[in-house]
Ligand binder design. Sequence first.
Ligand SMILES: Cc1cc2nc3c(=O)[nH]c(=O)nc-3n(C[C@H](O)[C@H](O)[C@H](O)COP(=O)(O)OP(=O)(O)OC[C@H]3O[C@@H](n4cnc5c(N)ncnc54)[C@H](O)[C@@H]3O)c2cc1C
Length: 470
Amino acid sequence: MGSSQRKLLIVGGGSSGLGTALAAARRGWKVVLFEARDIGGGTSTTSTKLIHGGVRYLESAITTFRWSDWKLVREALRERKWMLESHPILCRPLPIIVPVESLGQKLYYGIGLKLYDFLSYPYRLAPTEWIPKEQFYEKFPTAKQGFIGGWLYWDGSFEDRLYAVHLALYLRQKFGVEIRPYHEVKEVEVTRGEVRVHVQPQGGGPYVEAGDFLVNATGPWADILRRKVRPHAKPRLRVSRGSHLVLRGLFPLSTGFLIPRTADGRVIFVLPWKENTWLLGTTDEEASQPEWNPAVPPAEEAYLLDYFRRYFTQEGEVSARFAGYRPLVAADAHGTTARLARNHVVEVWREERTINLLGGKWTTFRAMGEDVLRALYRYMLSEPMPEGEKVEKIVPDFSEKEALEAQYPQRILSDEPFTEGEVRFWRRIRWAHQPVDIVEGRWQLHLIDEKRAARLKSALEMQWDQLKEP
Ligand SMILES: Cc1cc2nc3c(=O)[nH]c(=O)nc-3n(C[C@H](O)[C@H](O)[C@H](O)COP(=O)(O)OP(=O)(O)OC[C@H]3O[C@@H](n4cnc5c(N)ncnc54)[C@H](O)[C@@H]3O)c2cc1C
C-alpha cells in the first residue's frame, strides 16, 4: 500500500487535531477531520493567546530540575519562531515586561530571563533588556508606584481561533484535507485492518467513515473518546479551568505586563488585545468535567481584578470574559493542577489502530502533530517516517472570499464593518452553521465586547436565511 492511499481519521478540530492533520497531509496521507462543533471553538479559542516557551515553566524547570519541563520550554521556543513566521498577520512578536520592586528581584528575574534568552538560541526574537524606572512608567503610566524598573523580554501573541480556521482552510486548499465541522463522532469500531467511526452530522443523517488509523485529538474531552475505543481505559486527564477578562477604556497598550507571582504561585498576564482592549488572565482552577463554553465564575473574575488593582491604579470596564479547560496529563492523583507539567503525551493503542494525543499547548501544536506521525510510522507501520513536504506559511488563499465581499459589500449592521460577503463565503464552504460561528468564530467579537457580539448575533439571525449560498 503506497502512503498516498493511507487514510487517517482525526477527531477534534482544535490545535491538536489540526497539527496532526498538517503532519499527515504533508506526507501524502488522505486526512478526514471531524469536529463536533465549530473549528477551533473549544480550548483552542480560550488560550491567553501567547506563542511562548513559557517563563513560568522555565521557573518550574529551574526549581524542580524536571527534564520534561526543560524540554517543553526548549521545544516551545523553537516552535514559537515557526509559528510567528507561519502567519505574520495573525501572529506577532510581543514585548512583555516583568515589573521589579527590589534589587533582589532584579537579580532573580534577570537571571531567569537571560536563561530564557539563552535557551531560545538560535530562535531568539530579541534580547532581554533592563528598562529603568522612568521608561517603565512611560510605558505603564497607571502602574502603581514602587517599581524600580522592569525586565523586558520577548514572546509572541496571536489570534488563536482565527489561526485555527485559517490553518484548516489552508489544509483544505493545499492538501485536500476534508474538514467536517459539526460532525460528531459517536462511536468507534475497530475491525481487522481498519477503524470505523460512526458520525452524527448536525442536521443530517448518521454515517460511517472508515480509515486506516484514528487519532483522538479531542483536547479536554479525550478521556470520553478513549473510553469509546477501550471501554475500561483508566482516565488520563485532569482539567483545569482558566478564566480571562477583557478590559476596555484604558490607554492603548503595546507591551505586555507580567504579574510574576500570585499568593498561590501563579502568574497573571496583562496583554494588549484587539481594538485597544487589555487581556487579563489567567486563573488555574481544577474542575471535574470540561464544559463547552463555560462561564467565568464570579470568584475568578474577582480574583483577577484583585490582582490587577494591586498593580494598576486605573481599572477600566470588563467588556468580555471567557474561560476554557487545560487538558493536563495527570502523573498521579495528587498535587495542584498549576504544578502539573504541560507536556503532551502520545498514547499508542496498536490493536485498536488508535493514537491518543493528550495535553500539550497551542505553541507546540505542530511538534505534537509530528510526534503523532512519528509514533504512527514507528509503532503501527514499522517504517521510517518520510520527510514530507515543507510547510512554512499557512496563510490560505482568500480570493474567493474577497470576490464575494466585493459582490456583497452590504454591512450586517451599519455601524459595524462586517459584510454579507464574508458570511456568504463561510456558508458556501459549509463552515458556518449558525450566526454564532461567524460572530465568535470569525470576528471574535465575544472576546472583545460581549454586548456588541450579542447585537451582531441577533442582527445576523434575522438575515440568516437570505444569506444562504448555493
Ligand atoms: C486558560 C488557558 C490558557 C492557555 N494559554 C495558552 C497560551 O497562551 N499559549 C499556548 O501555547 N497554549 C495555551 N493554552 C493551551 C492550549 O490552548 C491548549 O492546549 C490547546 O488549545 C488544546 O487544543 P486541543 O485541540 O487539544 O483541544 P480543543 O481546542 O478543545 O479541541 C478539541 C476539539 O475536539 C472536539 N471534540 C470533542 N469530542 C468530539 C467528538 N466526539 N467528535 C468530534 N469532535 C469532538 C471539541 O469540540 C473540540 O473542538 C491555554 C489553555 C487554557 C485553557
